[in-house]
Design a binder for this molecule. Structure first.
Ligand SMILES: Nc1ncnc2c1ncn2[C@@H]1O[C@H](COP(=O)(O)OP(=O)(O)O)[C@@H](O)[C@H]1O
Ligand SMILES: [Mg+2]
Length: 254
């Protein structure tokens, strides 16, 4: 079971889009992934077609009442396995504060209930380095960082990288990461500059596959569909297919 946190403290960079479409692509390849929505905004739960869940059928029930994670798995209309979120998840911070035990809670639940499961787990994080995202990073073997191809997002990567390095100490291990450029607009010189700069700094940690700005990717969440179902011939489908193949080839899901 490879556990991947899809994280960036910036909003709107494509975390949810990436979690959904890489999961869908892995699903089409027969890898039966599990996607976990760890964002109170519940965008992944909505975008995959499950729709708004009651809190007690979402991951909130694991944090509130220790309901085993495997009992919270939902199946999307496309048969993607998803543990959904609910706005009440925002209260986890308030419930537990920053006590040391809560940062390890998701890891504990995954090990207890899903250790036998060989399929990859992808965790869609909220855009804050709070208790929830710490849960994801502590549980994860690796972090996938979507970065939109603009100047401020690039600055955000440096800060995020520094924060991950700080976390390596309590975790007592290196946090392996891959950076994927999203919302790449080939008409903008800046997009290529951002890619080159990140490549210089992070080398092989930057994926060769880039996700271009694509209207089908913007439209598909409102239909509750992944890009392969919504527009299988779109640039977005090609890009997410290529990204998934690259990550598989690099052993990211092993
Ligand atoms: N490559 C893309 N092209 C066009 N729109 C995109 C692309 N990636 C994401 N979007 C849209 O941008 C918005 C933010 O993306 P989202 O994945 O929700 O970001 P995050 O989870 O990081 O906040 C969504 O409306 C989404 O549909
Ligand atoms: Mg999101």
């Amino acid at each position: 079971m490879a556990i991947i946190a899809v994280f960036n403290q910036k909003g709107g960079v494509g975390k949810t889009t990436t979690t959904l479409n890489v999961s869908a692509s892995l699903g089409m390849l027969g890898r039966n992934p599990l996607a976990i929505d760890l964002d109170p905004q519940s965008h992944l739960t909505l975008a995959c077609g499950i729709g708004q869940l009651p809190a007690d059928k979402s991951i909130v029930e694991y944090y509130r009442n220790n309901k085993p994670l495997q009992e919270l798995i939902q199946h999307s209309p496309r048969d993607l396995r998803v543990i959904g979120a609910h706005p009440e998840l925002a209260k986890v911070d308030a419930l537990y504060g920053k006590s040391a035990s809560v940062t390890g809670k998701l890891k504990e639940g995954l090990e207890a209930g899903l250790a036998w499961d060989e399929a990859p787990v992808l965790i869609d994080c909220s855009p804050m380095l709070g208790v929830l995202s710490l849960n994801a990073v502590f549980a994860a073997d690796r972090v996938l960082i979507p970065v939109s191809a603009d100047f401020l997002s690039m600055q955000g990567v440096y800060r995020l990288d520094a924060a991950l390095r700080v976390l390596e100490k309590p975790l007592k291990r290196k946090i392996e990461k891959k950076i994927v450029l999203t919302r790449f607009d080939t008409r903008r010189k800046l997009a290529f500059e951002v890619y080159d700069k990140l490549k210089q700094q992070y080398g092989d940690d930057v994926c060769d596959a880039r996700i271009h700005e694509n209207v089908s990717l913007a439209e598909s969440p409102s239909r509750g569909k992944d890009i392969f179902e919504f527009a299988s011939h779109s640039r977005g489908a090609q890009d997410y297919g290529a990204l998934t193949m690259e990550l598989l080839q690099k052993g990211f899901f092993e």
